[in-house]
Design a protein around this ligand. Sequence first.
Ligand SMILES: NC(=O)c1ccc[n+]([C@@H]2O[C@H](COP(=O)([O-])OP(=O)(O)OC[C@H]3O[C@@H](n4cnc5c(N)ncnc54)[C@H](O)[C@@H]3O)[C@@H](O)[C@H]2O)c1
Ligand SMILES: O=C(O)C[C@H](O)C(=O)O
Ligand SMILES: [Mn+2]
Length: 542
Amino acid sequence: MTSNVQEILNNPFINQGTAFTKDQRAKLGIEGMLPPTVQTLEQQAEVTYQQYQTKSSNLEKRIFLMTIFNTNRVLFFKMFSQHVMEFMPIVYDPTIAESIENYSHLFVNPQNATYLSIDEPDKIEQSLKNGSEGRKIKLIVVTDGEAILGIGDWGTQGVDIAVGKLMVYTAAAGIDPAEVLPVVLDVGTNNQKLLDDPLYLGLHHKRIKGEQYHQFVDRFVSAAEEIFPELYLHFEDFGRDNAASILDQYKDKILTFNDDIQGTGIIVLAGILGALNISGEKLSDQKYLCFGAGTAGTGIAKQIYTEMVNSGLSEEEAKDHFYLVDRQGLLFEDTPDLTPEQKPFTRKRSEFSNADELTNLEAVVKAIHPTIMVGTSTQPGTFTEEIVTEMASHTEHPIIFPLSNPTKLAEAKAEDLIKWSKGKALVATGIPADPVEFEGVTYEIGQANNALVYPGLGLGAIAANSKILSETMISVAAHSLGGIVDPSKSGAAVLPPVSKLDVFSQTVAENVCNQAIKEGLSQNDYKNGHDAVTAIRWQPKY
Ligand SMILES: NC(=O)c1ccc[n+]([C@@H]2O[C@H](COP(=O)([O-])OP(=O)(O)OC[C@H]3O[C@@H](n4cnc5c(N)ncnc54)[C@H](O)[C@@H]3O)[C@@H](O)[C@H]2O)c1
Ligand SMILES: O=C(O)C[C@H](O)C(=O)O
Ligand SMILES: [Mn+2]
């Protein structure tokens, strides 16, 4: 049995370590259990950051930060707030990919996550209660690990994406870390390497599909809604066969969000609006090419289509701006194996004299002359020099977003895109990219990663205790990201910088919350978004 005293120092939600004052130490009965000098949070953050700097690899840095996270949440988030730009790629994408791939072998602590097994569905309710330990959970990030970033199926090891996404929620938008719960639905894995590894910590069987899978997901959703009545339920990295159908099943009934579909849709729309602000062009003049029409690719296309319709185009007119390319090449009405999300954006073969040849990206780019090309294909290096120069020869300001994560999967590097297009391309990448120097101009590269928007969106929806997440709340979020970048400056980024993440998350949250209030979706008494958001925003302090 653990004594109460030990529980205090082992509970990251209440532990303050060396910052416990003499009075607190006496009251809590922990005198003599810490060195005598009482430190300030600032001193703790300083000494911990010094230790962090001695770690040489990014993975070691992440592992070190996780020990702080597991020991003392306030200290962890204090440091995160002081070093946002530096910590984002360590805590989150791309380093998180390495941590997921090696999870079972690196395991030391479950990080207050909840692990649900499809083999024991009767334990869902109790497991959620155990995991939350009486905390009032308002935000769950759940994954089933099937499509982690672009690295595929990692089974139970995918839990780290839920943990990492939640860390960014708190760092960016001040969601109280005691009110969140990372959840993994372990339904098996088709990753043979994991199945063959006796040390793999998840279920050692293939993924269960069909009715049993859907019942398990539904039972989890019902239990979570029942146990945590004010819940915002965030789905992350589900596979292409399930992500959109699960969202459609719940989006009009509960407050839920799919990050890969909606979060990515919002950030890419915001990036395109930023790019058009720089080029002075109109959205309705653009030709949009999606490369990799899976969960994210079709989610983005739908968001941009919705924006076109909202700005006055008919549905038919708006659809005519889209071209989707997947494994089969350009997607036509009669292409085999279309997903339900791809179908609305397919083309007619009769539009092209060489339709049968449009089986690869280069041929499609030559045939359609896109002005926007967004990569969510998981295929590295596929935005080649030939393709980019061809695109740039037909449009003054090609908008090119290689979004596949992590770094090793990106369709192109920002530096190459700027160079190949002779500085014409307006670029954003999924992972952080350094500024690019080209012919005397410094090009800032925006990060089109849903992390720039999901925290503010969630904070706004939670502050409103909204009934659902409406399309207009989503659209408001996309439009909130303008204004921070000065588009008249040469080489300006298409999106605001991660260094201002906390500032624009607040703007997004207030606007989203106001929209919920306006639509009558809010279930609390606040009259405006500013008050509602400010009231719940958590700060790292003792
Ligand atoms: N930057 C961001 O915020 C962000 C957000 C979501 C996803 N992503 C990235 O996008 C990528 C895709 O994620 P997803 O969740 O949509 O996965 P997904 O599996 O649903 O979609 C990938 C799609 O690419 C297609 N594809 C595979 N090989 C191809 C090829 N050779 N040519 C054309 N298409 C091909 C697949 O058939 C599939 O439709 C991942 O790398 C992910 O990290 C980035
Ligand atoms: O996790 C990220 O970095 C973004 C996105 O959700 C992805 O799946 O790639
Ligand atoms: Mn994702």
